[in-house]
Write a protein that binds this ligand. Structure first.
Ligand code: AVJ
Length: 320
């Protein structure tokens, strides 16, 4: 049984993109938010990234779930799995199966900004789990948490270290907001990538076959198409650097020669100096003590800390 709720119109998305591009390309240093990577091509490139030998997070998180999903299922006792960010793959199924085995599963609520992607993914889950009520929510979980269903015992999953793409202040605001929407009996399942050897971290974001570079440049193609811009993606080099103080990976696009770019829909002309870098993503890496403190500050307490055999990634279960 499948229902799709729309909280975002194409007009909302268009406005948000315009604002982000206007603000980001007139700021110093220039930046663009990572959420605009994910059009159809960008989503396919991300899927390809998750299969790269260098990109360990997806495999590590899947290994944790293969081993510990039953613990999560029993400990949460949830009737509703709310998945913030695309819920299409094996990880979602491992959680659904665990909740079904625990005897509590009734409903699945996948939430994503990309309506087409969500419809397809939710449709597949609904077909595979005929007894499950699937209610897909096309929404921006930074803004629409209060619109999600509140009945039943909920397990809110944020997998893939998605939380790490937000800077610390926005992350805190988001966790506060999430805490405010959860009640007694609900729980939070958070997948986070852990601090490790910088060489491995950089390799995960600068793979030898150049898939991440194409993924990074894809934001320029999205802006070209949606906002009538004339970026030459080939004139921008992919850069991935580890910031040891902030403990995050930063992806940037470096203009290899001076570029003048016209963004028609904004009536904006932007100049890039040779070598100038535009930040396109941060991907924070965590330590147990710091994420535990962040969660506590927002009113969550940590119940389970689950890692893969190599200690690369952690899945944590917390309660309000
Ligand atoms: C899975 C969305 C969190 O930060 O690892 C992968 C996306 N960016 N390679 C991450 C990403 C570059 C990503 N998230």
């Amino acid at each position: 049984m499948l229902r799709i709720e729309h909280h975002l119109t194409t007009d909302d998305l268009d406005k948000a993109l315009r604002r982000d591009v206007q603000d980001g390309l007139t700021a110093r240093p220039k930046s663009l938010p990572p959420k605009w990577f994910y059009d159809e091509r960008g989503s396919a490139l991300f899927e390809e990234i998750t299969r790269l030998p260098e990109y360990y997070p997806t495999r590590a998180e899947r290994a944790i779930l293969r081993r510990h999903a039953p613990t999560v299922g029993r400990a949460s006792g949830a009737s509703t799995l709310v998945e913030l960010g695309s819920g299409s793959g094996e990880k979602t199924r491992l959680l659904l199966d665990a909740l079904r085995a625990a005897g509590t599963l009734e409903r699945f609520v996948p939430v994503d900004v990309s309506g087409d992607f969500l419809e397809q993914a939710a449709g597949r889950v609904a077909a595979e789990y005929p007894d499950l009520r699937v209610r897909a929510e096309v929404a921006d979980f930074e803004r629409h948490l209060h619109l999600l269903p509140t009945d039943g015992r909920r397990l809110v999953a944020i997998l893939g270290s998605t939380l790490g793409n937000q800077p610390p202040d926005r992350r805190a605001a988001f966790l506060d907001d999430l805490r405010g929407t959860l009640g007694e009996g609900d729980s939070l399942l958070l997948g986070i990538d852990l601090v490790k050897d910088p060489a491995r971290l950089v390799a995960a974001y600068d793979d030898a076959s150049g898939v991440t570079a194409e993924f990074n440049r894809n934001v320029l193609r999205v802006i070209n198409r949606e906002l009538a811009a004339d970026f030459d993606p080939a004139a921008f080099e992919h850069v991935a650097v580890w910031d040891p103080e902030a403990e995050w990976i930063e992806m940037r696009l470096r203009a290899s020669s001076p570029q003048r770019v016209r963004v028609g829909a904004l009536d904006l002309t932007v100049d890039f100096a040779a070598g100038e870098e535009t930040r396109t993503e941060i991907s924070a890496k965590f330590r147990r003590a710091t994420i535990e403190a962040e969660l506590e500050r927002s009113g969550f307490s940590l119940d389970h800390w689950l890692t893969d055999a190599d200690g690369d990634f952690a899945l944590l279960l917390a309660r309000p």
